[in-house]
Design a protein around this ligand. Structure first.
Ligand code: ATP
Ligand code: MG
Length: 416
């Protein structure tokens, strides 16, 4: 029956996967806090206008990917990304008086895309926004924060930072003319989407996923050659800041962002380990965003990273809990083990208590759940108020009195 399957492009997050999600989110939240970024949650749906105005009428997201619906007189959309909602929240809550503002967020996003590895219709992001900082050091901080989180997740060697500058409005206008002059030679060969973009937003063609478009774009003039002096100086300051922090960055003159509100710095952390879906974290400066929403000019920079893509990269074993297995042998020991499980859990240990089975099957289970140690209590141990503790990694067994059991087990804490 169709209704017993999840909707295409969505998935249940089961406990093993959730542990990896938690590792990504907890690491990101903790590192972000060290940079002064406080957590914000906005609703998962907004008025459709919030996204239409900001992402641009010709963006892939607005033209094809939004989950929109009507309820009463309202046109609503499940959020496809986090930045527009955060900007809306800043204005709704009158927070601009407290600029600069620093936010961390996490949560589900929704885009109607063709599902494949690393591409889902409900996916999850962590992200940050730094608002009210027009200086290039803001860009450096946001990128350094992303780099720091990826490093703490053990991904430093698996990702490459690619960076480019889209320049200021004047530079982009100058570039737009050169780009349109170039692309107009190929009008007939462009994809239908890109034919429309040629009039409305030609820069977006640079980000097209269409193979034919990509071949044409490969020979297009470069944005970097159209940067005016101020934009060049801004970009140089960003690069100098990254160099000062020892964060390697690779210039990618063809990197653009798919959304309308970006200017100056655009960057992506990419990996070759995930096939076609190689971008794990992407962001840039969006000084035009607030004005597009009808608010006052407010500089901003931020990024978002796909949690599903990150969890595919991180070492699954590093997020695995390793419990202490309690194994009673015989009815008399059952109550004693139950009491022990209670006090050990209250003392902060992760304890596994099987409810049935003989010694052999219980030891098998201890193995399967990757227990650090098995605590075995039989009649003999019970009489002596002791337990046999088996180190599951080394196989070494020791006789430990119940009084000092908790103390004895603390050695396993560091290994969890
Ligand atoms: P792509 O070029 O892969 O479509 P994008 O430019 O649409 O990416 P952003 O809007 O910048 O992506 O989102 C930031 C990050 O969120 C991406 O780098 C990726 O890790 C993740 N992401 C985006 N769309 C999806 C999706 N449909 N499924 C899973 N993760 C996604
Ligand atoms: Mg996309």
């Amino acid at each position: 029956m169709a209704t017993l399957n999840p909707v295409r492009g969505t998935q249940d997050i089961l406990p093993d996967e959730h542990r990896l999600f938690a590792k990504v989110e907890d690491t990101a939240r903790a590192v972000a806090a060290r940079y002064g970024y406080g957590e914000i949650s906005t609703p998962i749906f907004e008025f459709s206008e919030v996204f239409k105005r900001t992402l641009g009428e010709t963006s892939d997201i607005v033209t094809k990917e939004m989950y929109s619906f009507e309820k009463g007189d309202d046109r609503l959309t499940l959020r496809p990304e986090g930045t527009a909602g955060v900007a809306r929240a800043v204005m709704s809550n009158g927070l601009r008086q407290h600029l600069p503002l620093k936010f961390f967020y996490r949560g589900p996003m929704f885009r109607y895309e063709r599902p494949q590895k690393g591409r889902r219709r409900q996916f999850h992001q962590i992200g940050v926004e730094l608002l009210g900082v027009a200086e290039p050091l803001g860009d450096v901080e946001a990128i350094a924060l992303g780099h720091h989180i990826l490093g703490d997740l053990g991904l430093a060697d698996k990702v490459t930072l690619e960076i480019n500058s889209l320049g200021d409005t004047e530079s982009r206008h100058a570039y737009r003319e050169r780009l349109v002059a170039y692309l107009s030679q190929f009008t007939n060969q462009l994809s239908e989407d890109s034919k429309i973009r040629l009039d409305k937003n030609p820069l977006r063609i640079l980000d097209s996923k269409d193979e034919g478009d990509r071949r044409i774009v490969a020979e297009a003039p470069l944005l970097g050659d159209s940067l005016n002096d101020a934009s060049r100086a801004f970009f140089d300051a960003v690069l100098a800041g990254l160099a000062a922090l020892g964060i390697p960055a690779q210039l990618n003159p063809r990197l653009v962002r798919g959304l309308d509100y970006y200017s100056h710095t655009a960057f992506e952390f990419t990996t070759t380990a995930l096939g076609a879906q190689g971008t794990v974290l992407a962001g840039g400066r969006y000084d035009g965003l607030f004005e597009m929403m009808g608010g006052p000019a407010t500089p901003g920079i931020g990024w978002a990273a796909g949690i599903e893509r990150l969890t595919m990269l991180i070492d699954a074993a590093s997020a695995e809990p390793r419990p202490i297995a309690l194994i009673p042998m015989g009815a008399a020991a059952e109550l004693e083990t139950l009491r022990l499980s209670h006090s050990l859990r209250h003392a902060g240990f992760n304890v596994d208590l099987g409810y049935a089975g003989n010694m052999k099957s219980r030891m098998k289970r201890a193995d399967k759940i990757k227990a650090l140690a098995a605590v075995i209590i039989g009649d003999n141990e019970l009489q002596r108020c002791a337990a046999t503790v088996r180190d599951m990694d080394s196989g070494v067994q020791s006789d430990v009195s119940l009084n000092s059991l908790e103390q004895h087990l603390t050695r396993y804490r560091e290994r969890v």
